[in-house]
Write a protein that binds this ligand. Structure first.
Ligand code: PMP
Length: 386
């Protein structure tokens, strides 16, 4: 199979979105107003005044002990494993995904994932030469009965990849029943589960379901802090079964020796500040709830998009109901109007995404949203007439 890097339609859209005057509903970027600036200034000062020599030095491949402990404690909040020895600090959870795939997936192995799926994962699996098994999903996440059916009929999976809270792009939440079912299937058929959960902290009601590794020992859990704190430090981690931590650590060493020591010092101190995280999460939830509600009202007024109002995360997965309007054509027309949006097809493996859009409610402020939606309507009129 051709393993040259595939072209990336979304990267091109995001480049267009960065042009002056373009409003963007495209990127999965957290709101800049969500960054904990005041606390970060305090912590940066503390690190530089009391730990600069260590923070500016090389550190252990596995990660700075305080960072591993901080990630283990976060994992434990949703019932997962809490032993810091099972944690490997990574440069973003995207690196956790790449290391896991490099260490565990050989060309021709099958990786199952929900269709549509997170593009960054689809790309990594394809690069590794994996065969993708597209599993349908609905508002309750991956249809684990459909997966079970494929396994019963002889499909052999190496990995099953899930985004259990507020999936990218569909915003679905995998129910607890399906989490347990997936864990059961992993035990029965001997595959590993990659649980990639960057949006868990963005539930508008603050409720997080138990992690799948509360039900199974066959889980590699990716812990991102990009949406919870900010993506710029690129500090994240993974929690893996003891037998896999060795090979994953070797893969990490070969990739980049270690994750940014300075970022680990800052982020671990921030996470351990008494009272900081619960207060910060409440602020995030309220910020995103307001933005999602605002955009839902405006999009609903258009009359040609249907969507389920998300309960968290960053995205609407909206279906176009006007006949003859194709998502890719609409995306091109929107750019002409000064608006960046993302069409469905790049996320899709087997299914047809040509009538879907992924729209982010996170990046624009409520005051910018009416103009963005006005441009979306102008783009629709360009494509299908008034
Ligand atoms: N997984 C999913 C499902 C994502 O949406 C993203 C970011 N868009 C990532 C992983 C990457 O996150 P990080 O910044 O931690 O690398």
């Amino acid at each position: 199979m051709d393993r040259a890097a595939p072209p990336d339609a979304i990267r091109d859209i995001l480049a267009a979105a960065a042009a002056p005057g373009v409003l963007s509903l495209a990127g999965g970027l957290p709101a800049p107003d969500s960054f904990p600036l005041t606390e970060l200034v305090t912590v940066l000062d503390e690190v530089m005044s009391s730990a600069a020599a260590a923070a500016l030095q090389y550190g252990p491949v596995e990660g700075v002990p305080a960072m591993r402990a901080g990630l283990a404690a976060r994992a434990g909040e949703t019932g997962g494993h809490t032993d810091p020895d099972r944690v490997l600090v990574t440069s973003g959870s995207q690196q956790g995904l790449a290391l896991t795939t490099n260490a565990l997936v050989a060309p021709g192995d099958t990786v199952a994932l929900e269709d549509p799926g997170y593009l960054g994962a689809v790309r990594v699996f394809r690069q590794a030469g994996a065969d993708l098994l597209a599993v349908p999903g609905d508002e309750d996440g991956m249809d684990t009965e459909a997966l079970a059916g494929r396994l019963r009929r002889g499909a052999r999976c190496r990995l099953v990849y899930v985004v259990p809270h507020f999936h990218n792009p569909t915003a679905a939440v995998l129910t607890e029943e399906r989490r347990r079912h997936l864990a059961e299937l992993a035990g029965h058929y001997g595959f590993l589960i990659v649980e990639d959960d960057p949006y868990a902290d963005l539930a508008f009601d603050g409720v997080r379901l138990p992690s799948i590794d509360a039900f199974s020992d066959r889980v590699i859990r990716l812990l991102s802090l990009s949406k919870t704190l900010c993506p710029g430090f690129r500090v994240a981690g993974l929690v893996a079964p003891p037998a896999l931590i060795g090979p994953l650590t070797t893969a990490k060493q070969d990739a980049d020796l270690q994750t940014n020591t300075f970022g680990q010092h800052v982020v671990s101190r921030l996470l351990s500040r008494p009272g900081f995280l619960p207060r910060h999460l409440l602020r995030l939830q309220s910020l995103y709830r307001t933005r999602a509600g605002h955009l839902a009202g405006l999009l609903g007024g258009l009359g040609w998009l249907t969507f389920r109002a998300p309960r968290g995360g960053l995205f609407f997965w909206a279906a176009i109901t006007t006949a003859g309007v194709d998502a890719a054509t609409l995306t091109a027309a929107a750019i002409e109007e000064g608006l960046a949006i993302v069409p469905g097809p790049p996320f899709c493996i087997d299914r047809d995404g040509s009538r879907h859009l992924r729209l982010s409610f996170a990046t624009l402020s409520p005051s910018e949203m009416p103009e963005a939606v006005r441009r979306l309507e102008l783009a629709r009129a360009r494509v299908s007439g008034p």
